[in-house]
Design a protein around this ligand. Structure first.
Ligand SMILES: NC(=O)C1=CN([C@@H]2O[C@H](COP(=O)(O)OP(=O)(O)OC[C@H]3O[C@@H](n4cnc5c(N)ncnc54)[C@H](OP(=O)(O)O)[C@@H]3O)[C@@H](O)[C@H]2O)C=CC1
Ligand SMILES: O=C(O)[C@@H]1CCC=N1
Length: 271
């Protein structure tokens, strides 16, 4: 792709996206520009051959696709700052949790006439396996959707959804990697508690999650049927499942997604 990619805010998510895009060859490192008030973050971007620049306006002047990757409460201040420098060539991609298209194009933010795309990505873009969703606003058209789709298809999967679903996407897949990391860590702890060396326990736990996710995606079978395949009558697995059910694990995961979704909605109100 010949587009230049800019990041306003060079934090964890910006780094994961930039590294992912470059690793998958959808853009070249020298076509990536990033800025951050924290000097160390700029040095991180320099370390993988992208261009750290001195401010948000310089990012806008250097790039065509501008990722707004600051914390939600700073989004409108950033947009107000760069607004006079926005041109028709720019597509603005906000990844901020909870910040609506309406508030992105408000008069004290980007204003009317800007190509706006909201994306909720997740950190596995770093390894080419993001689960993301997007919606369009402002002047954004199918060309912008195609551009964003091309970027995200290179680092995983992206789905177009109604904006009203984006908080739920945030609660499920945006925050989801953290739930899964916690689960992998806990599974490995269980392995260690049962006598496995830590490194083998970590590998077994992570590979089990990877393999199980692939079975869901590749077989198209219901998770309940796949679970049943693992449970021999009076066997080991059903004894483990019994404990998970006793602990309310399903409700805990559902409540985690719900709490994160509600938090995304709260962030929208606070911004
Ligand atoms: N982390 C994740 O998994 C995901 C994050 N997101 C969204 O991505 C955004 C960034 O999150 P994340 O990367 O985790 O956060 P980080 O705090 O790691 O990164 C944000 C960076 O932006 C910097 N910053 C603050 N103000 C400005 C400014 N005015 N101009 C330029 N840069 C600024 C921050 O500096 P300082 O620390 O000094 O404030 C910080 O280094 C958030 O809106 C979040 O909702 C979306 C999906 C997943
Ligand atoms: O924790 C957060 O607020 C961000 C948004 C989704 C994932 N991380």
């Amino acid at each position: 792709m010949d587009k230049r990619i800019g990041f306003i805010g060079a934090g964890q998510m910006a780094e994961a996206l930039a590294r992912g895009f470059i690793a998958k060859g959808v853009c070249r490192a020298e076509h990536v520009f990033a800025t951050d008030p924290v000097q160390d973050r700029k040095e991180v971007f320099r370390s993988f051959s992208t261009n750290p620049v001195d401010g948000n306006i310089e990012v806008v002047q250097s790039a065509d696709v501008i990722f707004i990757a600051v914390k939600p409460q700073y989004v409108s201040v950033v947009l107000r700052e760069v607004r006079p420098y926005l041109e028709d060539r720019h597509t603005i991609v906000s990844i901020a949790a909870g910040i609506t298209l309406q508030s992105l194009k408000a008069r004290d933010a980007a204003g009317d006439g800007v190509r706006l795309v909201r994306v909720m990505p997740n950190t596995p873009c770093l390894v080419g396996e993001t689960a993301a969703a997007m919606c369009l606003g402002g002047k954004a058209d199918d060309g912008d959707a195609e551009l964003v789709r091309r970027l995200f298809d290179s680092v995983g999967k992206i789905y177009r959804v109604d904006e009203k679903l984006l908080s739920a996407v945030t609660g499920l897949s945006g925050s989801g990697p953290a739930y899964v990391f916690l689960m992998i860590e806990a599974l490995a702890d269980g392995g260690v508690r049962s006598g496995l060396p830590r490194d083998i326990a970590n590998q077994l736990a992570a590979q089990t999650v990877l393999g199980s996710a692939k079975m869901v995606l590749q077989t198209g079978k219901h998770c309940g049927a796949l679970k049943d395949m693992t449970c021999s009558p009076a066997g080991t697995t059903i004894a483990g499942i019994h404990e998970l059910e006793r602990a309310g694990t399903r409700a805990a995961f559902m409540n985690a997604v719900l709490a994160a979704t509600q938090r995304a909605d709260e962030l929208a109100k606070m911004a």
